[in-house]
Design a protein around this ligand. Structure first.
Ligand SMILES: [Zn+2]
Length: 236
């Protein structure tokens, strides 16, 4: 499946390349729960990291390290964070190849079979779902907004198909990582159409906060979309 053999075309390998080193194939996916202090309470989130074993291990440790700095901002977080840190270090030590999970992720991202024509609407499902899951929370309102706009932009947008991709949200990589994987796989028209969709989702609540704007710009950059502002600025 993701093995590199003499029979594979370079394109097939590039299709599933680790977004971090961009050399080795995607071999595994890990979900890392983390906690951030929030006033007196704590926000529990999860981040999904996909890539080759080496990079996933490295990034699990980096994320865990980041938690050790950012994760102490409230009494509740103070209690939860040591548990999360222990989990992160243990998880990094337990990174193994996970072909089935990688398979499900590629499926959800709409890039399961490198040889078939990439369907723009499938790509849109994956990136939109990854965007919705990017903050570690999947909210009903975000899903219904993405569905409404999706139906306006894509004639063959199917609500049930989209929901099934959203339900795999925890298996999806971050939208930035997904964009790197998609960069070499989809054509310019698809990139533009799908990115327009992401901007519309972000703008749906009438404000694109600076954080969202930065995220959209990173996605555009990783997708390889050029042009001033990537259309992000016009939506503000
Ligand atoms: Zn790698």
């Amino acid at each position: 499946m993701l093995t590199i053999s003499g029979e594979l075309m370079p394109q097939d390998i590039a299709d599933h390349t680790c977004p971090y080193c961009q050399t080795r194939p995607i071999e595994t996916i890990a979900t890392l729960p983390y906690v951030r202090g929030n006033g007196l309470g704590a926000d529990f989130n999860a981040k999904t990291i996909s890539g080759c074993k080496t990079c996933v291990r490295k990034n699990l440790l980096l994320e865990t390290l980041r938690s050790s700095v950012d994760g102490w901002a409230s009494p509740a977080a103070l209690l939860a964070n040591p548990v999360m840190l222990a989990y992160g270090v243990a998880r990094a030590g337990a990174v193994r190849e996970a072909p089935e999970r990688v398979d499900r992720m590629l499926d959800a991202a709409g890039i399961r079979n490198p040889r078939t024509e990439k369907d723009p609407v499938r790509i849109a499902y994956g990136l939109a779902a990854a965007l919705i899951a990017a903050d570690g929370k999947i909210e009903r309102e975000e899903i219904s907004t993405a569905t409404k706009i999706g139906k306006q932009l894509f004639v063959d947008f199917d609500e049930q198909d989209f929901l099934s991709v959203v339900s795999a949200g925890r298996d999806l990589p971050t939208p930035e990582d997904l964009a790197i994987v998609l960069n070499s796989v989809v054509n310019e028209d698809t990139k533009q159409a799908v990115f327009k969709y992401l901007v519309a989702i972000a703008a749906a609540d009438n404000e694109v906060v600076p954080e969202e704007q930065k995220l959209l710009k990173r996605i555009a950059g990783n997708l390889g979309i050029s042009g001033p502002g990537h259309g992000v600025d016009h939506s503000v």
